[in-house]
Design a protein around this ligand. Structure first.
Ligand code: NAD
Length: 260
């Protein structure tokens, strides 16, 4: 039980990577706020944890809204007693070449990934500093925090930006025992990726099988997808690490797609 007595606020936890992180944290003894735009999905994810003996609440939130985020974090502290871990994970993907990308699409993606990271960080930090229990902030970056791909300008821009935010938060949070790190996964077969396979196939005029083998997994060491469990294990490491020795870092979990 590596997270016994801790409270985690996990955004985008109704689905995919966030949902698995929430389950692993609950298994390790943490109480979880499943914070997601998808209320029904959030309730189902929270129910799944409580049915397995864990503690979880569903919190409806749009991470781009300051009011929503403040309310959601306050509700978490009220119902679960604190907030010790933030996983800023909610995200979307938009696949288009720059010259065809609408300004609204650019703004929407940056708002979810970057405004969402800022707003949740700000709301959680206030509670973390006030409670004097330290804390761990984890941003869901991507190999696209380090590398670029065709058709993904706003996503690559946002994911690079999260590394900058994590570095600043790690410096400011240090005096309060608050650490900040970024996880950078390779491709994981979640709804976010399932949606973009046909979109990329169409945009590039190739088959879906070619998108998987020749684009998504081309540079991995073994042609394998990363899994939600792989990412959740890294999220557990960052959440449970007890000191400021591990802060301001970005860890790539991608079957060797990117090596640093
Ligand atoms: P997913 O689509 O399965 O889950 C994303 C969740 O975010 C959904 O439950 C959705 O409702 C929620 N969400 C979207 N907009 C929101 C908003 N405004 N407010 C609150 N919640 C919102 O996707 P996933 O693959 O699990 O992605 C999770 C994170 O991991 C994202 O940040 C993504 O960029 C990142 N990531 C994914 C991959 C991958 O290959 N799947 C790789 C690297 C990084």
């Amino acid at each position: 039980m590596k997270l016994k007595g801790k409270v985690a606020f996990v955004t985008g936890a109704a689905s995919g990577i966030g949902r698995r992180i929430a389950e692993v944290y609950a298994r390790e003894g943490a109480s979880i706020a499943i914070a997601d735009l998808n209320e029904t999905g959030a309730r189902a994810a929270a129910h799944n944890i409580t049915a397995n003996g864990g503690t979880a609440i569903a919190v409806a939130v749009d991470v781009t809204s300051e009011t929503h985020v403040e309310r959601a974090v306050a509700k978490t502290v009220e119902e679960l007693g604190a907030v010790d871990i933030l996983v800023s994970n909610a995200g979307i993907q938009i696949v288009k070449p720059v010259e065809q990308l609408e300004f609204e699409q650019w703004r929407k993606l940056l708002a979810i990934h970057l405004d969402g990271a800022f707003l949740t960080t700000k709301a959680c930090l206030k509670h973390m500093y006030g409670a004097k229990r330290g804390g761990s902030i984890i941003y869901m970056g991507s190999v696209h925090s380090k590398e670029a791909s065709l058709l993904k300008a706003p996503y690559v821009t946002a994911k690079h930006g999260l590394i900058g935010l994590a570095k600043v938060v790690s410096k400011e949070g240090a005096a309060h025992g608050v650490r900040a790190n970024v996880i950078c996964p390779g491709f994981v077969r979640t709804p976010l990726v399932e949606k973009q396979i046909p979109e990329q196939a169409k945009a590039l005029g190739v088959s879906e099988d070619d998108v998987v083998k020749k684009i998504l997994l081309k540079d991995t060491v073994d042609g394998e997808f990363t899994t939600v469990d792989d990412v959740a294990e890294v999220a557990l490491l960052f959440a449970a690490f007890p000191t400021n020795a591990l802060t301001g870092q970005s860890l790539v979990v991608s079957h060797g797609w990117f090596m640093q």
